[in-house]
Each structure stands twice: as C-alpha cells, then as structure tokens.
Design a binder for this molecule. Structure first.
Ligand SMILES: *[C@@H]1O[C@H](CO)[C@@H](O)[C@H](O)[C@H]1NC(C)=O
Ligand SMILES: *[C@@H]1O[C@H](CO)[C@@H](O)[C@H](O)[C@H]1NC(C)=O
Ligand SMILES: *[C@@H]1O[C@H](CO)[C@@H](O)[C@H](O)[C@H]1NC(C)=O
Length: 211
C-alpha cells in the first residue's frame, strides 16, 4: 500500500506530511521552470550571437553632398521666400540587412527660432550593399519683423537645420527595430538684401542615431 492509502494517525501529521510534499513539488516545479527558462535564455543568446556574428550588422553611413539655394529672397514686406535643396548620400554596407526610410521624417530650417522652410525626405527602401543619393527640398515663406533681418545680417547668428528620420531595419522580409537618425547643420546667410540671392554657407552636419 502507498502512503496515500494509509489513514493518517491524526489530522495534524497528515496535513504536515501533505504540506511538505506539496512544498517539495512546488520547489521542484519552480526549479524546473527556472532550468527551462535558463536554457531558453542561453539558446536565445546563442542565436542572437550567431545572428550577430553571421550578419555583422552595421549602421548605414550618411554623407552630406551639397546644399543648393534655389531661392532665398528677402521681400520688402519683411518676408523670406526660401527654397533650398539638400543632397545627401547614404551607404548601406550590410550584406543581409536593408533599411526603410519612413514617412515621418522632418527637416526644418530655423533662424532665430523662426521656421523659415520645411521639408521631408523621400520615403524609400535601401537594399543590401546599396548607395543611394537623395534630395530633400525645403520650401517656405515666412514673415517676420525687421529684428530677424538684423539677425540675418549678423553672421554669428546662425540658422540651424535639424533633421529627424525614422528608419526601419529589414532582414529578408522581416521588419525589425526602428531607429531615428538625427542631424544638425548650421547655416550662415551672407549679404541678405531684398530681391537678391544671398550667399549661404553651411557647416559639416553632425549625425546621431537613437534607438
Ligand atoms: C540603390 O537602391 C535604389 C533604390 O532602390 C536604386 O535606385 C539604386 O539603383 C540602387 N543603387 C545601387 C548602386 O544598387
Ligand atoms: C520641424 O518642425 C515641426 C513643426 O514645427 C516639428 O513637428 C518637427 O519636430 C520639427 N523637426 C525637427 C527635426 O526639429
Ligand atoms: C542638434 O542640436 C540639438 C540642439 O541644438 C541637440 O540637442 C542635438 O543633440 C543635436 N543633434 C545632433 C545629431 O548633433
């Protein structure tokens, strides 16, 4: 006869025995779960490591090519018509990973905290080992008081071009994590006069990637 068949001598001991068994079972169960979990973590970590070593993911690089001023006219009514074209080159060095440049990008040209013109990147897919040159057109008309005109005249008051692009990582057909590319360029406008196209100088942009 098993232990279970035997009637307990008295309730207290029976419950004590039962509780201990139950406790043991629970402990074993938790142990087992932890073991499985631990194994799972090791397996997943190995897969991730293999994946990483095999595909050697690298960030794409971004190069600033040129900034063309199509239009930058200061009107007698204290407004500026701006139309700038930024040309950039992006290089994807990965053999297995592609990138999707999303819809939600934005590029602004600000001068003394006023938005002068805005634009966005074309949305495109960049495949493996691909170099793509793309253009961003920035257009806008802004009106401001004569204070900004003075700011334009002083070269030390530089304009800024902050840029933000959401980028999705693609492996085969699988969409992975999305990250954002940020960039800043500083603009200096020389010789701003009504009706005349000024000289626009720019700095080398700084890039930053945030997950
Ligand atoms: C890179 O991808 C773009 C867009 O898909 C394509 O137009 C271009 O020809 C590709 N460039 C190279 C070098 O494969
Ligand atoms: C550009 O300006 C718009 C509207 O003011 C804003 O929503 C966006 O975040 C700005 N983009 C950047 C990169 O600063
Ligand atoms: C761009 O400029 C802003 C504010 O000036 C700063 O917070 C940000 O880190 C800069 N980003 C890059 C990519 O340089």
């Amino acid at each position: 006869m098993g232990e279970y068949g035997r009637p307990p001598p008295y309730g207290g001991e029976y419950y004590y025995a039962e509780r201990r068994r139950g406790g043991n079972f629970c402990v074993r169960c938790i142990c087992c779960c932890y073991c499985v979990l631990f194994l799972l973590i090791i397996i997943l970590a190995s897969i991730a490591f293999y994946f990483y070593m095999y595909y050697k993911p690298k960030m794409p690089t971004y190069d600033f090519q040129s900034l063309d001023v199509k239009d930058f006219r200061y009107q007698p009514d204290f407004s500026v018509n701006a139309d700038l074209i930024i040309t950039m080159k992006t290089d994807n060095p990965n053999t297995a990973i592609g990138f999707i440049y999303g819809e939600g990008s934005s590029v602004n040209v600000t001068y003394s905290d006023s938005n002068i013109c805005t634009g966005k990147l074309p949305s495109f897919y960049q495949g493996q080992k691909n170099t793509t040159i793309f253009q961003i057109e920035l257009k806008g008309k802004s009106t401001f008081g004569s204070g900004l005109y003075e700011a334009f005249q002083e070269n030390e008051k530089n304009g800024k071009i902050p840029l933000k692009v959401p980028v999705q990582i693609i492996l085969g057909d699988i969409k992975l994590k999305q990250f954002n590319v940020f960039a800043n360029v500083t603009l200096t406008v020389h010789d701003l006069k009504p009706g005349k196209k000024p000289e626009v100088e720019h700095s080398q942009p700084t890039f930053d990637v945030k997950f």
